[in-house]
Design a protein around this ligand. Structure first.
Ligand SMILES: [Zn+2]
Length: 562
């Protein structure tokens, strides 16, 4: 509990990777590892394994949006327009087209771009979706209303830029705040006020309210080029980056025959800082998100295990203790670790991940991943003690163990369950079940002790279970597990391929970098998910991957996500 209190204290400022608060937490964790007698496992004999992460975005100099013709008007930054986080930088001048909701949805039978050539133009797009069209009310169509669909769809239709405007029915006309850490999407993107949109539409003799009503009335889209309208824009965004680091400590094994093998015990120490993209309390932007359960609790357990095993003189196999950074940004720290492991990955026999283990209720502990390694189910059950174990076979999930399983290692994921304070400022230390945390840690100690000394460790098992439904859980299924993080040269790296999936049948392999999918260039994860979601189950698609410096093309028939 002292560790939870320290890590979740206001001085740690929510431990967002790349911030001084997270650096303070990293120094504290390294200090504890040193105090209990671990040896450093980071870069060049240090405790830290460093990398950089995006930490913020702000306006640079010269952001502008100007109507050039038919009558000149300079729009006001912050009041009438603001660049979107995903915008490209630079300047542009050209014609304007109105494209309704900016949606292309073959499964709904709706295409705002039908019959209109927007190549090299700036498109004006309304937020949301045509609510009177039944097809858009199905859960598998919700994503068409997302900004990412509208922006990437505009780019895929060849537009030079996109201007998003709030739906006329929405209360208020405040422009979105410039937040988020995303990478640019290779198209100019700005949000404009409704008065700015009306000004742009003057040459067409219509108002935003009138054209929106016409589009909503359907059935066919009502897009048009705005005659004689010409616009100039400039976007200048400053993307800030900071240093983040995993903290790694090693306890060498004491059996000469087994000490080359490793058990990794990990927990992420980063959290959401003062809110931002991952926060479920958007109104509390700026308030420290303490992250006591997520995941000071897991780090406290890891430090407790380090102390106990070090005091006992270690186990037969070597133990590597890792506090990961960058988890909340998409498993960045664990993804880095599996590429640059402190001890060889192929001799890492098990990874145990503790993420949110401070809210034990009804003595029930969730243990994930038991189908991903031989004998894991039995190993875990034998160590249950007084706990009721809720076992989950799937070794994939939204936490750091996924990076290890995708790299071919058996994993276990310990979790005491979701709660109402998750990703909110109210995830504070006083709501942690201290006795429960101690019990979970003791259970983890028994499991690690068994795995670190058994003659034959668990062997990696490739699971063939149907895909777990992810957020949105509908639509076409391809079957790759993409790696998060940015890639030099673009593309999406395949961490793993689901057994029996369309991707596997087509010949896609782990380690491939997808550079094109279904006729679309893939630079980012957003590109890939856009390309996938623009297709339907049963469609045949071409996939181009980079493998060993050569490009390979495959053809796949998409399945259906269950
Ligand atoms: Zn977490």
């Amino acid at each position: 509990m002292e560790q939870v209190k320290t890590l979740a204290a206001p001085e740690m400022e929510g431990r967002a990777s790349g911030t001084p608060g997270a650096e303070r937490a990293a120094l504290h964790i390294a200090g504890e590892m040193q105090r209990v007698g671990l040896t450093p496992g980071g870069d060049g004999g240090t405790w830290q394994q460093a990398f950089t992460v995006p930490t913020g975005i702000k306006l640079g100099e010269g952001n502008a949006l100007r109507i050039v013709a038919p009558s000149a008007r300079v729009l006001a930054l912050g009041r009438e327009f603001v660049p979107l986080t995903v915008s490209a930088d630079g300047g542009w001048e050209g014609d304007v087209a109105f494209v309704g909701f900016g949606i292309t949805a073959p499964d709904v039978g709706w295409d705002d771009y039908a019959g209109l050539d927007v190549r090299g133009r700036l498109v004006l797009v309304i937020e949301g979706e045509p609510r009177r069209v039944d097809g858009f009310r199905r859960p598998d169509a919700y994503h068409y209303a997302e900004r990412s669909h509208k922006v990437i769809n505009a780019r895929e239709h060849g537009a030079a830029g996109v201007l998003l405007v709030a739906h006329p029915d929405r209360a208020g006309d405040a422009l979105p705040a410039l937040t988020g850490l995303g990478q640019p999407w290779s198209i100019f993107a700005q949000a404009v006020s409704r008065t700015a949109a009306d000004a742009l539409l003057i040459p067409a003799g219509v108002t935003l309210a009138a054209v929106t009503a016409a589009v909503e009335a359907g059935p066919a889209p009502k897009s048009f080029a705005v005659p004689g309208a010409r616009v100039a824009l400039r976007v200048a965004l400053v993307r800030e980056r900071g240093r983040a680091a995993n903290v790694v400590g090693i306890l060498p094994g004491k059996d000469a025959r087994l000490r080359d093998e490793t058990v990794v015990i990990g927990a992420h120490y980063d959290h959401l800082g003062r809110g931002g993209e991952g926060s479920l309390a958007p109104d509390a932007l700026g308030a420290v998100h303490h992250g006591a359960d997520d995941n000071a609790s897991g780090v406290a357990a890891v430090l407790g295990l380090a102390r106990a095993f070090a005091a006992a003189g270690g186990t037969s196999r070597t133990l590597v203790f890792v506090a990961f950074a960058g988890e909340e940004m998409g498993l960045l720290g664990s993804t880095l670790y599996v590429r640059k492991p402190a001890r060889p990955l192929e001799r890492t026999v098990l990874m145990v991940n503790l993420d949110m283990v401070g809210r034990l209720r009804d003595r029930t502990l969730y243990v994930g991943g038991v189908d991903g390694g031989s004998g894991l189910r039995e190993l875990v059950n034998a160590q249950a003690g007084g706990l009721t174990l809720a076992l989950r076979g799937d070794p994939f999930g939204p936490s750091d163990h996924t990076a290890f399983y995708a790299a071919g290692r058996p994993v276990l994921f310990l979790f005491t369950g979701a709660h109402a304070d998750y990703h909110r400022p109210s995830d504070t230390w006083d709501r942690i079940n201290g006795a429960g945390l101690a019990e979970v840690t003791a259970f983890a100690a028994r499991v690690v002790d068994a795995a670190a000394s058994m003659p034959t460790p668990p062997a990696y098992v490739r699971i063939t279970a149907p895909p777990a439904s992810v957020r949105g859980g509908y639509g076409p299924f391809f079957g790759v597990v993409p790696e998060f993080g940015e890639r030099e040269g673009g593309g999406v790296r395949v961490g793993d391929v689901r057994a029996g999936s369309p991707a596997e049948s087509a010949g896609v392999k782990a380690g491939d970098v997808i550079v094109a999918f279904a006729g679309m260039t893939v630079n980012t994860l957003q590109d890939f998910s856009f390309a996938l979601r623009s297709r339907r189950p049963g469609d045949r698609v071409d996939v181009t991957v980079r493998r060993d410096d050569a490009e390979h093309r495959f053809s796949a028939v998409l399945g259906e996500r269950r």
